[in-house]
Design a binder for this molecule. Structure first.
Ligand code: F3S
Length: 648
């Protein structure tokens, strides 16, 4: 039987297990990526594991989320990250050089390789045939030390693309259409493999927009085969030598198939405040727009900004609307400037940001209260823009530019008719000739020892799992709680990312601002949640901080993949419960796991009896591999890995 592209790459990297859906496999990792908000803990954990040299082919440390140096804390972190990259042998991308996924795509992404990254949009280089997976930072630290990465073999879904995109529709609309059909949970436990005749009609930047935002489907990864478009992109980046033609066998069998006819795709938007709240832009046309931002790791490339620039040339943005362009990389900024597009956009009224995540996580360019912001980003979770009950629409650059010109949500086709605009089309530069001075290779490192300022703390460790777990249901939450709810990524909070005692004070503060203190005051306790708990980012602080506050476990109807792995990694027990039991538990109830938990976890027990208020009982399930059970028993992956290294 033929293999899918995913199976081919995985079998070449397999070190443990078999490629059977749902079975745990261990794979060798070729490349790792980390960014500034997750990176400090990646390196602190790398150090705590006693490791001294990066073992992967490529390791890259980017500074993109918190590039503004408001006070010494971010700068301390950046200096520490530079020193860690230099000391241990990673590339270091300086603050302002761009967003990790964009810069990685430009410099390192390569067909057939595996990559692990401590950022949820790590799958972006799938557009070049790299199998890239997001994970917690501890998994990245272990992989960087040469250890395998363990994952349940996902289902592989064939997304067959047919036809060709019409004018004014874009790759962003393709992934919004996928979200409209499948929802933010539709990709959980799946890898989307794009095939079919429509693939060759999309260039690499368009493909990476789709693979980037596959994360919003909850997918483990997304991947395209490679072809002449891939060779062309790599050649323009001066990296044709890494090109390899790869794809599925003709008789490959998939777990499922979805057909998307590109010629049916029209300009779409995701309405507030979920990326799957998708409708044709014509359905919401006419709403006033006060802010437009083009950028982010989804649509921050030269090829994304150029269509907006072409539409804006000779136009003026509406007087009540502010438009910001935040390129995804300095390479994109530099080429746009060299070609004169920056000046054209400025003449139309655009303001420019440095290449940073920034506004995507509420750092800068926070919208005015009670106003609509249209962004080419991948997420519009409530409050993520930096203001509670915000109203953020996600769109393509074409829809965003149309909104800026018109001052209201509008279908770009209608605006084109009104103003006589030509469709901008998609175009790559002849050569990606941005400078590389902001990317420091390991052999150019400026530091050879770690530099830790006062904002760099220690890694907290947890004791081995107790036999008895009991405590209060300290917080009951709804469905789709995101890692942004658990630890908000705003500047005032995330600047403490390397200082866990301080950061923990903000845990779940967006749900209940008394939670952190109540958790500290109780001796243990549980979180209760509905479906898809922990969706969003790979932020391991969302498990680390509850662990620091003494939380023992989470009872939820279901968990998002990366967050569940992070709960195991930090020794918190993730138990699933059914809908009726979820409905019956109240915040403040006394929860007691009747079984001897340590023994039950060791012995592979899957069902646990939970007594509530000494009054009624429910059955909770632990879905964990033998390796995850070993991690839980040890009190987390760091404790386990350290003890394993000590034993060697
Ligand atoms: Fe940055 Fe937002 Fe992407 S935070 S990595 S631009 S999802």
């Amino acid at each position: 039987m033929g293999q899918t592209l995913t199976e081919k790459i995985l079998s070449e990297h397999l070190v443990e297990g078999e490629l059977e859906t749902g079975e745990e496999i261990g794979i060798e990792i070729d490349q790792v990526l980390t960014q500034d908000t997750t990176g400090t803990f990646v390196w602190l954990q790398f150090e705590a594991l006693g490791l001294d040299e990066v073992q992967t082919e490529v390791a890259a440390q980017y500074c993109d989320h918190q590039t503004y140096q408001f006070d010494f804390k971010n700068t301390d972190d950046h200096r520490f990250l530079r020193s860690a990259a230099g000391t241990f042998g990673a590339h270091f991308s300086r603050p302002g050089n761009g967003i990790c996924h964009n810069v990685h795509k430009e410099n390192f992404a390569a067909p057939g390789k595996t990559m692990l990254g401590s950022d949820s949009h790590t799958p972006t280089p799938g557009g070049l045939g790299e199998l890239a997976i997001g994970s917690g930072g501890l998994d990245v630290a272990v992989a960087m030390g040469g250890g395998p990465y363990y994952i349940e073999m996902p289902e592989v879904v064939n997304v067959r693309l047919e036809g060709e995109l019409p004018e004014w529709s874009s790759a962003k609309d393709v992934i919004l259409e996928m979200l409209r059909r499948l929802s933010v949970k539709g990709g959980v436990g799946k890898i989307f493999e794009y095939t079919g005749p429509g693939v060759e009609t999309l260039n690499v930047p368009e493909r990476t927009t789709i693979t980037n935002m596959g994360t919003e489907l909850g997918a483990t990864s997304s991947i395209f085969p490679t072809d002449e478009e891939t060779r062309e992109y790599l050649s323009r980046q001066g990296r044709e030598d890494v090109f390899e033609q790869i794809g599925p066998d003709e008789d490959a069998e998939y777990d499922d198939e979805i057909v998307v006819d590109l010629s049916d795709i029209e300009p779409l938007v995701a309405k507030p405040s979920m990326p799957d709240n998708v409708v044709p832009v014509r359905e919401v046309a006419g709403q006033d727009v006060e802010q437009v931002i083009v950028g982010s790791c989804t649509n921050g490339g030269y090829e994304d900004i150029l269509p907006a620039a072409k539409m804006l040339k000779g136009q003026e943005i509406d007087m009540k609307t502010e438009m910001i362009v935040a390129p995804g990389s300095k390479q994109a900024s530099e080429i746009l400037a060299r070609e004169g597009w920056t000046a054209e956009m400025m003449a139309a009224g655009v303001n420019f940001s440095e290449a940073t995540c920034g506004a995507c996580i509420g750092i800068g360019h926070v919208p005015a209260s009670d106003s609509v912001s249209v962004r080419t980003f991948n997420r519009n979770f409530e409050g993520r823009s930096g203001i509670e009950d915000d109203s953020v629409f996600l769109s393509s650059p074409e829809v965003a530019a149309a909104a800026a010109i018109k001052g209201e949500l509008t279908d770009p086709r209608d605006l084109a008719d009104e103003l006589g605009l030509d469709a901008p089309g998609v175009q790559m530069p002849d050569k990606y000739n941005g400078s590389k001075t902001d990317l420091i290779a390991p052999d150019e490192a400026v530091d050879d020892e770690l530099v830790k300022g006062p904002n760099i703390g220690d890694v907290p460790l947890k004791d081995p799992l107790d036999s008895k777990l009991e405590g209060e249901a300290l917080l009951k939450m709804d469905d789709n709680i995101t890692t942004d709810h658990i630890i908000p990524a705003t500047q005032d909070i995330l600047m403490y990312r390397s200082n866990i005692p301080k950061l923990s004070e903000f845990t779940l503060s967006r749900v209940d601002d008394t939670f952190a203190q109540r958790a500290l005051d109780s001796d243990g306790g549980f979180l209760v949640a509905g479906e898809n708990y922990g969706q969003g980012s790979s932020r391991e602080h969302a498990a680390l901080c509850p662990m620091y506050l003494g939380i023992e476990g989470v009872l939820a109807q279901s968990f998002a993949r990366i967050h569940k792995a992070n709960l195991f990694n930090f020794g918190l027990v993730p138990l699933t419960i059914d809908e009726a039991d979820y409905a019956n538990i109240e915040q403040g109830d006394d929860i007691e796991i009747v079984d001897d938990v340590a023994e039950a976890v060791d012995s592979g027990q899957e069902e646990f009896t939970v007594r509530v208020n000494d009054d009624w009982e429910l059955t909770a399930h632990l879905d964990a591999s033998a390796r995850e059970r070993e991690i839980l028993s040890a009190g987390g992956k760091l404790s386990l890995t350290r003890s394993q290294y000590d034993a060697e």
